[in-house]
Structures are given as structure tokens and as C-alpha cells.
Design a protein around this ligand. Structure first.
Ligand code: ADP
Length: 495
């Protein structure tokens, strides 16, 4: 007879002879047996060690509560105990017990063979039930897992922004339906394929590569005004981040795409309108300035001191408006990528000398001493003449504007290695440390008591930076409040 051990059996019987007989048979086969003579005693054992009873042999002829009550209690408590009833005749009560959840019934007048036929079947049933329980729990866990993935996928699909995830080799591993519609992606075309083959943008590819390499310059770029890339006829604001594992190693990158095509179109319309208005204002303002100058110079008759004073103020305001209009037009040129539209071999020394001469008058008006050191035999620089003029004019006019009466402005142009270096040093009011990183932002102006009366658009330095960047150069500023400011520009001669 093949009975595997490790089955815990509780025999509940008040007839000591039957109890002993059951116990003997079971123990002889290596089972662990406990006994109880009443329902209360049985319940006590079960409650004390719930996992310690696998099968219960339960008499249906117990005094007091009776075996049926115990079956009902255990069923309610969802105890996974297989109950085998014992009865004198296995009649009505046994059938009722089976309805209540008992597995089978053994007549108390059993022979050893009969006993084992029934008990072995019960043990087998118990093992199957236990196995089923394990499988059910495993399946439920798997379903929860699947449910979890399905939820995650549902969340990704509900995003109104596109989402693409790549592995560390920039191969696409995941994308949502918005990304599919933006870039016409399908699973077959995209998953496992390089992002560069699915989304045509060198800029985007460089963001992914920088994210995967954990390039520290990417995070500030993404934290600021997120870049907008062009893919086909779409303008997309992108945010790329590395995907890191538990050891903080980048194992891929994730990008969110926000479609700003319609917003960009509106922006362009607004900017075009601004350009058009600026353009239309430029000619009448210049002629107004000329006419005011003619009157101020006394060419239209003698002026009283009061009249001169008022006209002088009008002339300054008109100049301010002309600068603003020029700034707007220059800025639009740079935005449209036209800052290096006409590339030519430039003699920067000659351009700078002419600019300095043009500005000398306004420096003298403020009693500012302006010096100019230009190195001999500088190589020619290939760049855009209008752009380079804008760089010199803006930096020198700022130096004059933000330097009080009687100060100094030094302009230096020389060569360092393969670069041409341009430096403007002033002894002016200086720039507070907190502002120095922001002065190249468009429309950024420092608001202090001293700058309040100085007019400007806040566009000059962003124009300068735009032109320098377009020529693959670099610009930085050093400053100390109350002592002065130096702007350094480096322009590569060989590109
Ligand atoms: P703005 O039209 O106001 O001069 P810019 O873009 O040229 O605009 O300059 C931005 C801000 O940087 C200015 O408003 C000014 O506060 C500061 N700035 C620029 N150049 C100097 C300088 N040489 N000295 C002190 N502050 C300066």
C-alpha cells in the first residue's frame, strides 16, 4: 500500500475503540495522528494550529454539538481541511454532511482494507486540492501581474503626448499610440529598430545619445525652455531623460513629444506681424530723427534753451525707438536662421575700426574715454558682415550705455591660437552675479535704480549670442558690480 507520509490527520470520535483502531492503522502507515473526543476539543486543536490538520476523520454520532455542526463551522471559516465522516450506517446524516462539504463517509464497522480504500482516496483528493490551491494562487498572481502591465499600457496609451523609449543602443523598445500617429510607427517598423530610422531628426538622436551617456549638459537644457524640433511639417517640443536601473546606470532613454505645430504657426504669424510693423516704422523714425537733428542744430532758425532741451529729449526717445526697431528686425533674422545668410571673407579689424568711429561720438557725449587695440595682420574671418557689425555695435553701445560719465571703454581684437578674440572692457556699473547667466536671454533686463533711466529692449545680447553661436563661436561675461564688465568673444577662424 503506497501512502506518502506527512499527512496530518485528526480523528474525532468519542467511541474509544474506534478511535484507537483508526489511530493504530494511521500511525502504522507513518501518518501524524491527533485525536479528539468531542467537537469542542477538535475545534480547540484546529484553532490552535490551523495548518496542522490536513484530513479529519469525523464521527457523525458525537454527543453535544455533533459532527455536522463542526463541518458547517469549518466550511464557514474556509479551512482547507478534507473531512471524512464516520457513521454507523452512512445514512441520511452522512448525505447531509457531504452536502455540507464532507468528502465521503466510512462505516464504523470498517475492515482495514475498506478503511484504506476510502482513506487513500481521501489523501489523494487532499493532495489534489492542495495542488489546485497552489496553482490557483499562482495563476491569480500571474493575472495580477498581467493586469498591472495592462494598466501601465492603458496609461501610456491615454497620454495626449507622444512617448518613445529606447534601449542603450537607441533602438526603440516602446512607444504609445500618440507617437505612432505622430511618426507613422507600427510595431514591426519600430520596435527593435534605431530611432534614427523611424524619426528623422539629428537633433533628437543627439538628445537620446546624450541622455544614454548621462551627458550633464542635457538636464539643464530640458529643465529650461524645452527644445522644439522639426519632424516633417510638425513642430514638437521634446523632453528627453535617461532611463536608469537600480544601480543608477542609464540603460536607455525616454522622450515625451508635445505637438506645438499650431502654436508655432501662431507664433510665426505674430512674429511676422511684429517684423512688418518694425519695418514700416524704421523709415519714418529715421526721417523724424533727421528732422529733429536739423532743427536742433539751428538750421531751421534760432532755438530757445527750453526748445533745445525739449527737442534734445525727443531726439533721445526717437533714437531709442530706432534701436528697438533694429533690435526686433535683427532678432527675427537670427530666429529665422538668417544670421549667417551671406558668408564672405571679412576683415574684422576694418569692421571694428569703423564701428568704434561711429560710436566714438556717443562715448564723447558722456565723457567716456574709448580706446581700441587691434592686433596686426589678423587672418580674414569667414562670416556674415551684418551679423558681425551687430555684435560689435551691441557690445560697444552697451559698454557706453552702462558706464557712467567719465569712465573708460576698451575694445581689443586679437588672435589666440586658431581663434579670433574680441574683448570689450568697461569701467561701468557692472552686472550682479545672480543676473550674469541670464543677460543673454531675450528681453532680459536688469532692473536697478541705476538702469531704470537707461532705455533698451533686452534683445541686444540675445542677438549677439545668436550671431556668435551661428558662427560656432563662444561668448561669456565677467563682471563686478561698481567696477565694470568684460565681454569675451571667441570666433574660430577654421570651421
Ligand atoms: P538692453 O537693450 O537692455 O541693453 P541687452 O540684451 O543688450 O539689452 O542687455 C541685457 C541687460 O544686460 C541690460 O539690460 C543690462 O542690464 C545688462 N548689460 C548688458 N551689457 C552691460 C554692460 N556692459 N554693463 C552692465 N550691464 C550690462
Amino acid at each position: 500500500m503506497l501512502i506518502k507520509p506527512s499527512i496530518n490527520i485528526l480523528v474525532v470520535e468519542n467511541d474509544i475503540t474506534i478511535l484507537q483502531k483508526c489511530r493504530e492503522l494511521l500511525v502504522n502507515e507513518g501518518h501524524r495522528v491527533r485525536t479528539a473526543e468531542s467537537v469542542e476539543e477538535a475545534l480547540h486543536i484546529i484553532q490552535k494550529q490551523p495548518g496542522d490538520v490536513d484530513i479529519m476523520l469525523l464521527s457523525l454520532e458525537l454527543p453535544g454539538w455533533g459532527g455536522l455542526t463542526l463541518i458547517n463551522v469549518l466550511q464557514k471559516a474556509r479551512r482547507e481541511i478534507l473531512i471524512m465522516t464516520m457513521s454507523v450506517n452512512c445514512g441520511e446524516e452522512a448525505i447531509e454532511a457531504m452536502h455540507a462539504g464532507a468528502y465521503d463517509c466510512i462505516r464504523k464497522t470498517f475492515t482495514a482494507d475498506r478503511f484504506w480504500t476510502k482513506i487513500n482516496r481521501a489523501i489523494e483528493a487532499f493532495r489534489l486540492r492542495r495542488q489546485l490551491g497552489v496553482l490557483t494562487r499562482q495563476r491569480q498572481a500571474a493575472l495580477t501581474e498581467v493586469g498591472h502591465h495592462e494598466n501601465l499600457s492603458a496609461i501610456l496609451q491615454s497620454l495626449t503626448d507622444g512617448l518613445v523609449v529606447t534601449d542603450w543602443q537607441t533602438n526603440i523598445v516602446l512607444f504609445n499610440s500618440k507617437a505612432a500617429s505622430l511618426f507613422d510607427l507600427t510595431r514591426e517598423k519600430a520596435v527593435g529598430h534605431p530611432i534614427s530610422a523611424c524619426i528623422q531628426s539629428d537633433e533628437l538622436l543627439s538628445f537620446f545619445m546624450r541622455a544614454i551617456k548621462s551627458d550633464s549638459s542635457l538636464a539643464p537644457l530640458m529643465a529650461g525652455e524645452e527644445p522644439i524640433i522639426k519632424v516633417g511639417d510638425k513642430a514638437l517640443r521634446v523632453h528627453v531623460d535617461p532611463v536608469k536601473n537600480e544601480t543608477d546606470t542609464a540603460i536607455g532613454a525616454v522622450c515625451m513629444f508635445h505637438d506645438v505645430t499650431s502654436v508655432s504657426a501662431m507664433d510665426k504669424l505674430r512674429d511676422d506681424f511684429l517684423s512688418m510693423v518694425s519695418h514700416e516704422l524704421k523709415a519714418p523714425l529715421s526721417s523724424l530723427l533727421m528732422q529733429i537733428s536739423v532743427v536742433l542744430d539751428g538750421l531751421a532758425g534760432e532755438l530757445s534753451a527750453k526748445q533745445s532741451d525739449l527737442l534734445g529729449k525727443a531726439k533721445e526717445k526717437t533714437k531709442g525707438m530706432i534701436t528697438l526697431v533694429n533690435d526686433i528686425l535683427d532678432y527675427r533674422r537670427i530666429q529665422e536662421g538668417k544670421s549667417i545668410q551671406k558668408i564672405a571673407n571679412l576683415d574684422l579689424a576694418e569692421i571694428l575700426k569703423r564701428t568704434v568711429e561711429l560710436m566714438r561720438l556717443s562715448a564723447e557725449e558722456k565723457g567716456i574715454t574709448m580706446t581700441c587695440d587691434i592686433a596686426e595682420a589678423l587672418p580674414s574671418f569667414s562670416g556674415d558682415r551684418g551679423g558681425m557689425e551687430a555684435v560689435f555695435v551691441n557690445l560697444i553701445s552697451n559698454a557706453i550705455k552702462y558706464t557712467p560719465q567719465g569712465g573708460n571703454v576698451n575694445v581689443i581684437l586679437n588672435k589666440a591660437g586658431k581663434d579670433i578674440r574680441f574683448k570689450v572692457v568697461d569701467s561701468g556699473m557692472g552686472i550682479p552675479t545672480d543676473d550674469i547667466d541670464r543677460i543673454f536671454e531675450k528681453f532680459y533686463r536688469i532692473k536697478t535704480e541705476q538702469t531704470r533711466s537707461i532705455s533698451g529692449s533686452g534683445l541686444g545680447l540675445s542677438i549677439v549670442k545668436g550671431v556668435v553661436d551661428a558662427h560656432r563661436g563662444s561668448i561669456r561675461a565677467e563682471s563686478e558690480v561698481g567696477k565694470g564688465t568684460t565681454f569675451f568673444i571667441s570666433l574660430p577662424v577654421e570651421k
